[in-house]
Design a protein around this ligand. Structure first.
Ligand code: HEC
Ligand code: HEC
Length: 262
């Protein structure tokens, strides 16, 4: 092949790749569903715009009355991910959040919408940030099988909670009132409260033990809640999960070991 046709071929291939990446960013892939951003836009304008805003920057009409503030999608920083700290979320992460809603915030559950509609919304949400065209999400973190929440595991978790300074934000009793709590802000400069573990068994990014384990690995991007991926071993993370479970008032009344079969 001559140099010239080789060059043309390389240019054509780069254009095709760029086209593909751009096309991919207009779509979402969740299980066997393919979401479409054009359809998602219509749904967004109907259901999401008054909180998340026309430009996806979190500045909808209702935003002023909400704490925490609606997510600014242009920053592409998401709290609930199965991917490592600083990485884009998977389409299925966004889909799960839209389905579940976010506990302790104004973000409702959109489960009443069709699965296809939720996938279309994911595709549209991704169009607000160029990151989804430029990068791919990291590989999802591994979650090993959960050991039993034994008394020993809970005890070790309690010690880790102190030695790893979780208490400095979450408070000695896990009420979200540690010494650092008052001065914490999120990446947009808004005040943010550490999670109050006594408030109940439901968390922002899901309510299973696996969800909590995953949060400890990934951290909640855009918030002061860091990733403990390198600071803890898998067993230590399960110990922390088991301990935190005992802090919720539901478990205080003697249901500690029920966490196992939940
Ligand atoms: C009543 C206001 C409100 C409406 C309506 C609303 N949201 Fe939200 N949304 C929020 C708030 C508040 C947050 C931030 C919660 C937090 O940070 O704890 C949020 C966060 C999110 C997130 C970020 C999740 C993460 O992991 O960081 C996504 C994605 C999202 N909303 C999608 C949607 C979609 C799609 C719709 C429409 C179908 C919608 N929201 C409608 C208030 C709303
Ligand atoms: C620098 C302060 C800080 C430290 C240290 C910290 N956290 Fe957090 N954590 C937060 C904040 C702030 C939130 C709430 C984020 C939000 O509301 O979006 C949070 C949320 C959480 C959540 C709830 C996640 C969810 O889905 O809602 C868990 C679980 C958690 N932290 C566990 C821990 C553990 C265990 C440690 C110690 C190994 C720890 N945190 C250390 C600030 C901190």
């Amino acid at each position: 092949m001559s140099n010239k046709s080789g060059l043309i071929r390389r240019v054509a291939i780069s254009i095709l790749i760029a086209w593909n990446v751009a096309g991919y960013a207009q779509e979402s892939h969740v299980g066997n569903l393919v979401g479409n951003a054009r359809r998602g836009k219509a749904l967004y304008q109907r259901y999401c715009i008054f909180c998340h805003g026309q430009y996806g920057d979190g500045r909808g009409e209702s935003a002023a009355y909400l704490d925490p503030k609606p997510r600014d999608f242009t920053k592409a920083a998401f709290k609930c991910r199965s991917t490592p700290s600083g990485s884009l979320p998977l389409d299925s992460d966004l889909y799960d959040t839209i389905t579940r809603g976010i506990h302790a915030s104004g973000m409702p559950s959109w489960k009443p919408l069709l699965r296809q509609e939720r996938a279309d919304l994911v595709a549209y949400v991704k169009t607000f940030s160029p990151s989804f065209q430029e990068e791919r999400p990291g590989a999802p973190v591994e979650i090993p099988p959960e050991p039993p929440p034994s008394t020993e595991s809970i005890q070790r978790g309690s010690e880790l909670f102190q030695s790893m300074n979780c208490w400095s934000c979450h408070g000695k009793d896990g009420r979200g009132n540690g010494p650092s709590a008052v001065s914490l802000t999120d990446s947009k400069g808004n005040p943010i409260k550490p999670f109050d573990f006594t408030s109940g068994p439901t968390f922002k990014c899901g309510n299973t033990d696996r969800d909590m384990y995953r949060d400890l690995v990934t951290g909640l991007d855009g918030t002061p809640m860091p990733s403990f991926a390198s600071a803890t071993t898998a067993d230590q993370r399960w110990d922390l999960v088991h301990y935190i479970r005992t802090l919720s008032t539901a478990n205080r009344s003697g249901h500690i070991l029920q966490v196992k079969g939940r």
